[in-house]
Design a protein around this ligand. Structure first.
Ligand code: PRP
Ligand code: URA
Length: 208
């Protein structure tokens, strides 16, 4: 119900380039950045607005400004690549880093970094990670953000598995999920098929 899969031609075009095994880290990072901006544009379509008055050189007119104070929460490492594209859209966003990696044996998220202050400083959070696989990392991150005190949350990913969407919706039905695409399934080691491989390794050139 609250899952938004993009149909935008630019997103679909760039996604195919992103998936390609021949795409090197430099281009991969550029594509993650561009896709994040495009996906962010779609995911911000329902942001609340407050009316303002603007003085133009010719007089006064009605204007608008975004109402919520927004925090951008990239899930390290791979989520880092989505930060700049979203900051281009909303430069005033605060960026709060959370570090999690997925234990490759158990597929459970392991937390290793949390830069959130004691009290929330925003009223809305955009959580970003290129991949939603089992959903464990997204769920653990959103658990932390809700415990921090923020309840209005959107999750943005480039590629999602149906399994991850189902798990996230089950645990956090109030969180809207914005994805460039939903892929077929997870394989036996928890990777998205057809996916793009390991998003962190492909961005940072750390593939074996
Ligand atoms: C990847 C990805 C997500 C997670 C998704 O991160 O960026 O954070 O896996 O899998 P899940 O939905 O099953 O939790 P990874 O653990 O490889 O860490 P990295 O970003 O440091 O490469
Ligand atoms: N993490 C990734 O980077 N890719 C996947 O396919 C699954 C989890």
């Amino acid at each position: 119900m609250n899952v938004y899969e993009s149909k935008h031609p630019l997103i679909l075009h760039k996604l195919a380039l992103l998936r390609d095994s021949n795409t090197k880290p430099k281009q991969f990072r550029e594509l993650v950045n561009e896709l994040s901006l495009l996906l962010g544009y779609e995911a911000t379509a329902d942001l609340d607005l407050t009316s303002t008055q603007v003085e133009t050189p010719m007089g006064t007119t009605d204007g608008h400004q975004i109402t919520p104070t927004i925090g951008l929460v990239p899930i390290l490492r791979a989520g880092l690549g989505m930060v700049d594209g979203l900051l281009q859209l909303i430069p005033a966003m605060q960026v709060w880093h959370l570090g999690l990696y997925r234990n490759e044996e158990t597929l459970q998220p392991v937390s290793y970094y949390n830069k959130l202050p004691a009290q929330p400083t925003v009223d809305t959070c955009f959580v970003v990670d290129p991949m939603l696989a089992t959903g464990g990392s997204a769920i653990a991150t959103i658990d932390v953000i809700k415990a921090w005190g923020v309840t209005h949350i959107k999750f943005l990913a480039l590629i999602a598995a149906p399994e991850g969407i189902a798990a996230l919706q089950q645990k956090h039905p109030d969180v809207s999920i914005h994805v460039a695409t939903v892929d077929a399934h997870l394989n036996e080691i928890g990777y998205i098929v057809p996916g793009l491989g390991d998003a962190g390794d492909r961005q940072f050139g750390t593939s074996d």
